[in-house]
Design a protein around this ligand. Structure first.
Ligand code: SF4
Length: 320
C-alpha cells in the first residue's frame, strides 16, 4: 500500500504575543488583545502536557520536532522549557527521537540560556535583518531604541556555545536594496543556514494593498538573484539558503567536486511569472561557460499580493 505523507509543522507560542521588542512591521503584537484581562499568558502546565502528548501522537516521522515561537518565546523562562523537555522525555516513545527548535529575537540569550539550549540540543533561529540601520530601522525596543547590539550579543553567545543557530532575515522595502551587504554580513557572522522571508503586510485602503514596509515582488526577486550569484560563486556547500537549498544543492556540490565546474563563470537568473493567485514563480539556473545547465531549481513564493504592481508587471511581461 502506498504510504501517505503526513508531514506537518506546528508552531507553539508559549507566551502568545508577548514580546520585549516592538518591531514596526510586527503583525503579531496586536494579538495580545485577544486575551483581555488575562494577566499571565504563559501556557499552563496542563495545556503544555496535553499539547506534547498530542503532538507526539500525531507525528508519524521517526523524529518528533517541536517548534517554539512567539511573540518572544524565551519570555516563558528557562524553567518553562525545562518542564517541557522533562514532559517530552516522560512521553517519548521507545526508538523515537525528539528535537526542539526555538525562534527568538535573541535579546534575552545569556550564558544560562546557552547552557540549557546546548545541553538539550535545541536548534535556535534568530531574527536579524542585516547590519546597522538595515536591522534597526524596523526592529526596535518599546522606546524605539535599536536592538541590533543586544541581538548580536545573544548570537555571539550561541556561537561560542556551539549551538546550531539559523538566521531568519525579514526582507522588507528597505534592506531589499542591499542584498550583498545583508548576505556578506551574515557570512561574516559565520551563518551556516539563512532564511529570507519576504515581508508582505496587507493594508486596506492603500493603492498597493500592502504597507510601505512590504517588499515589492520584483525587488525581492532581484535581491534573491544577487544573493544567489554571490552564494553560487563562494558558498555552495558551506552556507544553506532555505529558499535555494532544495535537493539540488547536493547535485551542485557533487558537480563541483567532480569537475571544478564552478570555477568557470556562472550566472543565476530568475524568471518570474505572475499567476492569477499572485504568486511569484522563481526559477534559478546556473550554467557553466559553455551554457550547459548544471543547476536548475524552481520554487514558488506565495502570497506576494502586491496589487499595485501587478498591472505594471503584466505589461512588462507582454512587452507593452
Ligand atoms: S521580535 Fe518578533 S514578535 Fe517581537 S516585535 Fe519583533 S517581530 Fe514581533
Amino acid at each position: 500500500m502506498e504510504k501517505v505523507d503526513r508531514e506537518f509543522q506546528i508552531f507553539a507560542k508559549p507566551v502568545g504575543a508577548l514580546c520585549n521588542l516592538r518591531c514596526k512591521y510586527c503583525y503579531y503584537l496586536d494579538k495580545r488583545s485577544l486575551y483581555p484581562g488575562e494577566e499571565a499568558l504563559t501556557m499552563t502546565d496542563g495545556m503544555l502536557e496535553k499539547y506534547i502528548i498530542q503532538h507526539i501522537e500525531a507525528t508519524t516521522d521517526e523524529t518528533i520536532f517541536f517548534s517554539w515561537h512567539g511573540g518572544e518565546p524565551l519570555m516563558a523562562g528557562i524553567d518553562f522549557f525545562r518542564k517541557a523537555v522533562a514532559i517530552q522525555k516522560k512521553h517519548k516513545p521507545a526508538g523515537r527521537t525528539i528535537l526542539n527548535g526555538v525562534q527568538t529575537n535573541g535579546t534575552l540569550i545569556d550564558w544560562d540560556w546557552a547552557s540549557f539550549l546546548a545541553e538539550e540540543k535545541f536548534v535556535v533561529g534568530i531574527s536579524i535583518d542585516g547590519p546597522g540601520d538595515l536591522h534597526n530601522r524596523f526592529r526596535v525596543a518599546p522606546g524605539g531604541e535599536p536592538s541590533l547590539s543586544r541581538v548580536l550579543k545573544g548570537y555571539d553567545i550561541l556561537q561560542r556555545s556551539r549551538i546550531r543557530s539559523e538566521i531568519l532575515c525579514v526582507v522588507n522595502s528597505y534592506n531589499v536594496r542591499f542584498p550583498l551587504v545583508v548576505y556578506n554580513f551574515f557570512r561574516e557572522l559565520g551563518a551556516k543556514y539563512i532564511t529570507f522571508l519576504p515581508l508582505v503586510e496587507k493594508r486596506q485602503g492603500t493603492k498597493s494593498g500592502v504597507t510601505r514596509a512590504s517588499v515589492p515582488p520584483d525587488e525581492f526577486g532581484r535581491f534573491l538573484i544577487s544573493v544567489f550569484d554571490e552564494w553560487v560563486e563562494r558558498d555552495i556547500g558551506e552556507i544553506k539558503i532555505q529558499i535555494i537549498d532544495k535537493k539540488y544543492i547536493y547535485n551542485i556540490k557533487a558537480t563541483r567536486n567532480q569537475s571544478g565546474l564552478l570555477k568557470a563563470p556562472v550566472k543565476g537568473s530568475m524568471d518570474r511569472r505572475i499567476a492569477e493567485s499572485i504568486d511569484a514563480h522563481l526559477t534559478l539556473n546556473v550554467t557553466d561557460k559553455h551554457d550547459n545547465v548544471i543547476f536548475n531549481g524552481s520554487t514558488v513564493i506565495s502570497g506576494l499580493e502586491m496589487a499595485g504592481d501587478i498591472d505594471k508587471l503584466k505589461e512588462s511581461k507582454s512587452g507593452k
